[in-house]
Design a protein around this ligand. Structure first.
Ligand code: PGA
Ligand code: ZN
Length: 428
C-alpha cells in the first residue's frame, strides 16, 4: 500500500488538552483511494516506563522531516510501516518523534489498510494478532469505572470545611463488570447501574455533591474506599444485577519510595499490610479483578499477592484477575519479567504506552502465549476515536476498559464494540 499524502492535526482531548490526529490518504495497487484518520489519547497516572509524549506543537515539523520518505515506499504490511517509524525515531522510548506522533500514524495506517481492502478494522486486527477464537464465543467484557478517585479527581475546595475531606479516594477506579456473555445486555445493565448509582449517591450525599471525574465516574465526599464499595455492592445485591466489582488501585500514586510505605485513608501501610487490605476486600465484596495493587517497580509484591489470591483452584466461574498496568506499560521486556515472576495473570493494554500497533500486538501475543488475559484500555484524557474497541474484539481480549458510560468519548468505544457485537452475533 502506498501513502499518497498525509497530514497531522491538533485536536482537543476530553480534558481540553492538545492532542494529535493523523490523516492519511492511501492506495492499494490500482484500487480506490482510502482516507483514514486516527487520534491518540493521553494518561494522567502515567507509568514511569511509558514511551515519550511529544509536545503536539512540535509534531508538524517532525512529521515534515519523515513525510517524503514515507511517500516513497510501497508498504508490504503494518510491520514494515511501523518499523520504518521506529527506525526514523532511533531511540529506546521514542523520544525523538514521540510515541503520540508515531502512534497516530500507525493507527491511521491500519485503518487505511483495512479500508482499502474493504474489510472491517477488527477483522484486520484479528488476522494481525493470529487470533483463532470466534468473536461470538468470547467477546470482551466492559469494565465500567463508575466511581473515580486518585489522579482522575479534583474535589471542590470547600469540601474540607464541609466534610473534612482534602482529596478524593485513594484507589483510582471502582468498576462494575457484567458477567453475562451478551455484550448488548451487559452494556444496558452497566448503563442502568450507572444511572441508579447516581440517584443513590444523590440521596446519600445531596445532588450538589455528586460530581464526575475524568473518566465519567462519580466523585462524592466518601470518607473511605470501603464506603464507596459498600454502596456499589448493596445496589448490585438489591437489584440482583449480573455485575461483579473490579478495582484499579494505581498504587504508585499513594506510594512513598523513601520508606516503602503506602498511605490509604491517612494510614501508612507496609506492602504486607496492603496485601491484607486487598485480600479483605476480595472477601467482603464480589470482586473479580484488581489492577496495579502496588508500586510500578514492585514485581515481587505483585507476585506475593498473586500467589495468595490466584490459587490453582480457580475455575472459569470464580476466576480472579491481577492486572498489571504501570508495572508492565505494554512493554515486552517488562511483561516478560512479570510473567517470569508470576506478578499477575492479566495485562492492561494501552497502545500509547509503547507507541505502535505492531509492538502492541506483539505484547498481546506474548500475554496470550503465556496464559495471561488482556484488557484493552482507554486513557483518562480521550478523544472520540474508537480504535480500542476494534482492537479488543480483534485480538480476543478478556475486557475493554473505557470508563463509565457517561461521556461521549467513553461511550464511543462501547458503542463501537456494540456495533461489532451486533454484526457478529445476530444470525438470521
Ligand atoms: P491514565 O489512567 O490514563 O490516567 O493513566 C488509566 C489507568 O490507570 O488505567
Ligand atoms: Zn491503571
Amino acid at each position: 500500500m502506498k501513502i499518497i499524502d498525509g497530514q497531522i492535526k491538533i485536536i482537543k482531548d476530553s480534558r481540553g488538552h492538545d492532542t494529535l490526529e493523523a490523516h492519511l490518504l492511501a492506495r492499494e495497487g490500482e484500487g480506490k483511494n482510502a482516507v483514514a484518520f486516527a487520534s491518540v489519547p493521553a494518561g494522567k497516572s502515567t507509568g514511569a516506563h511509558e514511551a515519550f509524549v511529544l509536545n503536539p506543537k512540535e509534531a508538524f515539523e517532525k512529521f515534515s522531516e519523515i513525510k517524503k520518505d514515507i511517500l516513497k515506499i510501497n508498504f508490504r504490511d503494518q510491520k514494515e510501516f511501523d518499523s520504518l517509524l521506529i527506525a526514523f525515531d532511533g531511540t529506546q522510548n521514542k523520544s525523538n518523534l514521540g510515541a503520540n506522533l508515531i502512534l497516530s500514524l500507525s493507527l491511521a495506517f491500519a485503518r487505511a489498510w483495512a479500508k482499502s481492502r474493504g474489510i472491517e478494522l477488527y477483522r484486520y486486527l484479528k488476522d494481525l494478532s493470529d487470533n483463532q477464537k470466534k468473536f461470538f464465543e468470547d467477546f470482551p467484557r466492559p469494565l465500567f469505572n463508575v466511581i473515580n478517585g486518585g489522579a482522575h479527581v479534583e474535589i471542590p475546595k470547600d469540601w474540607e470545611k464541609k466534610f473534612g475531606i482534602k482529596k478524593g479516594l485513594d484507589l483510582q477506579e471502582f468498576q462494575v463488570i457484567p458477567t453475562i456473555k451478551d455484550f448488548g445486555i451487559g452494556l444496558s445493565v452497566g448503563q442502568e447501574f450507572y444511572k441508579k448509582l447516581g440517584k443513590e449517591l444523590s440521596k446519600i450525599y445531596g445532588k450538589e455533591n455528586v460530581l464526575l471525574g475524568d473518566e465519567a465516574g462519580y466523585v462524592c465526599p466518601f470518607k473511605t474506599n470501603q464506603e464507596a464499595l459498600e454502596i456499589m455492592q448493596e445496589l448490585i445485591n438489591h437489584h440482583l444485577y449480573p455485575l461483579k466489582i473490579g478495582l484499579d488501585a494505581a498504587a504508585s500514586q499513594f506510594y512513598s519510595k523513601q520508606n516503602n510505605l503506602y498511605t490509604i485513608e491517612q494510614e501508612e501501610m507496609t506492602p504486607e499490610e496492603l496485601s491484607v487490605f486487598y485480600l479483605d476486600l476480595f472477601e467482603r465484596y464480589e470482586m473479580i479483578s484488581l489492577e496495579d495493587p502496588f508500586d510500578e517497580e514492585s514485581f515481587d509484591d505483585f507476585s506475593r499477592l498473586s500467589g495468595n489470591l490466584l490459587t490453582e483452584k480457580q475455575t472459569q466461574k470464580n476466576k480472579k484477575l491481577i492486572i498489571t498496568d504501570d508495572l508492565t506499560t505494554t512493554n515486552p521486556g517488562r511483561l516478560k519479567e512479570a510473567i517470569e515472576k508470576k506478578s499477575g495473570n492479566a495485562i492492561l493494554i494501552k497502545l500509547n504506552q509503547i507507541g505502535t500497533l505492531s509492538e502492541t500486538i506483539e505484547v498481546i501475543k506474548m500475554a496470550r502465549d503465556n496464559g495471561w488475559q488482556q484488557v484493552v484500555s482507554h486513557r483518562s484524557g480521550e478523544t472520540m476515536d474508537s480504535f480500542i474497541a476494534d482492537l479488543a474484539v480483534g485480538v480476543g481480549a478478556w475486557g475493554i476498559k473505557s470508563g463509565a458510560p457517561g461521556k461521549p468519548e467513553r461511550m464511543a468505544k462501547y458503542s463501537r464494540a456494540l456495533e461489532i457485537w451486533k454484526k457478529e452475533s445476530v444470525v438470521f
